[in-house]
Design a protein around this ligand. Structure first.
Ligand code: 2NL
Length: 338
């Protein structure tokens, strides 16, 4: 082996002619790889005349450096190196894990929110642990009023007796909204509510409501009726109509129950609507002037309407779910179905 075999021009020519990363890798092996030309030349150092050893040693080092640099330059010019790891297979299975989804009640809540947002309403939320003022007093439920007893309130053992409670409806959110901002107000309040109820097919101690509130100049009962009609046909479809019947709530005057034509028999009368052709959804009315006074809104200047209904009832009607506790049991056979 002598110095002339370390032919840099030959290496330069071959590297320049290579057109693939694989070809360059083969050249690297041939010139500077294990057992390659440079390695053999280094081996040969001890076999040449002592005075030639430094000459050959220097030549091998020079050759290796130059060839490595030429290879690196050529590789960079050919673009990124092919991945050395096997590519990630995105079609591989999930190893038994399934993607979760929202509970049916949450799905329904989101859908209703969308309907009201499209009508120009905002979505408002508030605390689930409330005080007597926001849950009752400001809503025209005076102390000792029988309507308070009807709400089966769950009290929290905190502060003065019967002052801190789990909200029995979402109305306190509306009180907080009216206290914190001037009209006009157009908002819906969905959320969890609590009552000390005996659980049966349609009642649960923990349930959800969605309420709506509109406060503006010149709002009438006609606006309320039109809003509910628009909402019910947006959610249940154009075939469904709504009706109002006189009722009573402490916070509205006049008050009404609202019902939709039965989604199962189109109003003809069936088992689900108890042959009446109507399904009651919730209550509504014009905001009582006493409520406006409690939150500092002038009832001479503003009027408003409010409505409320149970959230669970919607998917119960749509999918025929019963009893109500099915929503909260978390039985996977139910949960994974929707
Ligand atoms: C029902 C009936 C209703 C309201 C809720 C309300 C709230 C304020 C003022 C006036 Cl701050 N009204 N909310 C009004 C009428 C009925 O709910 O059956 N809910 C499940």
């Amino acid at each position: 082996m002598d110095v002339s075999e370390l032919d840099l021009d030959a290496a330069r020519g071959a590297i320049a002619a290579a057109t693939s990363v694989d070809a360059l890798a083969a050249l690297r092996k041939e010139y500077v790889g294990k057992g390659g030309l440079a390695a053999r030349a280094r081996e040969a150092i001890k076999t040449v005349a002592p005075d030639q050893r430094p000459v050959l040693g220097k030549a091998v080092t020079e050759y290796t450096k130059t060839v490595e640099a030429l290879l690196a330059e050529a590789e960079a010019a050919l673009g990124p190196a092919a991945p050395t790891e096997p590519p990630l297979d995105l079609t591989l299975g999930t190893h038994g894990r399934r993607r979760g989804h929202l509970n049916l009640v949450t799905q329904c809540q989101r859908e209703l929110e969308d309907v009201f947002v499209s009508l120009g309403y905002r979505v408002a939320e508030g605390p689930e642990v409330e005080d007597d003022w926001h849950n009752f007093e400001a809503l025209n439920f005076p102390v000792g009023h029988p309507a308070r007893a009807m709400q089966d309130t769950l009290y929290v053992d905190l502060g003065e007796p019967e002052q801190v409670l789990l909200r029995t409806h979402t109305s306190p959110v509306q009180v907080r909204l009216m206290e914190s901002q001037p009209p006009p107000i157009y908002a819906v309040m969905p959320g969890r509510t609590y009552r000390n109820e005996t659980v049966d097919a349609r009642h649960s101690a923990v349930f959800h409501q969605i309420e709506g509130l509109a406060v503006d100049r010149g709002l009438t009962f006609g606006d309320l009726a039109g809003t509910l009609e628009t909402f019910t046909s947006a959610y249940f479809g154009k075939k469904v109509t709504s009706r109002l019947l006189p009722s009573f709530f402490p916070f509205t005057e006049p008050s009404a129950e609202f019902a939709i034509s039965c989604v199962f028999c189109d109003g003809a009368g069936c088992r689900v609507c108890s042959k009446t052709g109507w399904i009651e959804l919730g209550g509504c009315g014009m905001v009582d002037p006493n409520v406006f006074l409690a939150v500092g809104i002038d009832p001479e200047e503003y009027t408003g309407f409010a409505f409320g209904f149970g959230l669970e009832r919607m998917p119960m009607l749509r999918y025929g779910v019963e009893p109500i506790k099915t929503f909260f049991d978390n039985d996977d056979r139910f949960v994974s179905r929707y």
